[in-house]
Design a protein around this ligand. Structure first.
Ligand SMILES: [Ca+2]
Ligand SMILES: [Ca+2]
Length: 183
């Protein structure tokens, strides 16, 4: 076994030395998995890490994920979320890009926290405003609870990837990633 394994490791090591992201060297698939972070760290200015290289951040397709939201037990003024019966809030998330609604995420009613598994695709140009708003969905007027606003959404923020914000006892956990990239 040693005689079989050793040359494989040796060859892989030599190949990796010269690979530098070249995918046609016969090296096993995804040999640069550990370099993803390194590549993104190296990017700056108006660039993001795309397939292990720095590339223009805008315009580009991104995936926005709102992993979870939470409500405080009461509204800021101490009132119940819904009357009669002091009902729990009904989570709804609206994503706006340059004041245009690009997604509305709904879930079951009467919950103080919710998760949203679907990722939203968005083409983002330089200088765009992105808003992720959490509301209690009411029949007449939905109540705004918390909005994460990025105006503009910068390449630096995208490289960071974290779009979360919190306030008034509520929280939104959200992320952005280059479309097609590994989370
Ligand atoms: Ca309400
Ligand atoms: Ca309710």
């Amino acid at each position: 076994m040693i005689n079989k394994v050793f040359p494989t490791i040796f060859l892989f090591g030599v190949a990796a030395l010269f690979a530098c992201g070249d995918e046609n060297t016969g090296v096993p698939q995804n040999p640069d998995g550990n370099n993803n972070g390194l590549g993104c760290t190296a990017c700056s200015g108006e660039t993001v890490c795309v397939e292990n290289a720095c590339a223009d951040a805008f315009p580009r397709f991104y995936m926005i994920t709102v992993e979870s939201v939470t409500f405080p037990t009461m509204k800021a003024n101490g009132d119940c979320w819904d009357e009669p019966g002091c009902g729990a809030p009904d989570p709804q998330v609206t994503i706006k890009l340059n004041d245009n609604k690009i997604a509305e995420l709904d879930t079951d009613d009467d919950m103080f926290s919710a998760t949203f598994p679907d990722a939203i695709e968005a083409q983002i140009i330089a200088g765009s405003k992105l808003e992720i708003a959490l509301e209690d969905e009411d029949i007449i007027d939905s109540e705004e609870v918390l909005t994460c606003t990025y105006n503009p959404l910068t390449a630096d923020k995208i490289r960071n990837g974290d779009l979360s914000c919190s306030g008034a006892g509520a929280s939104i956990t959200a992320h952005i990633a280059v479309r097609g990239s590994q989370p």
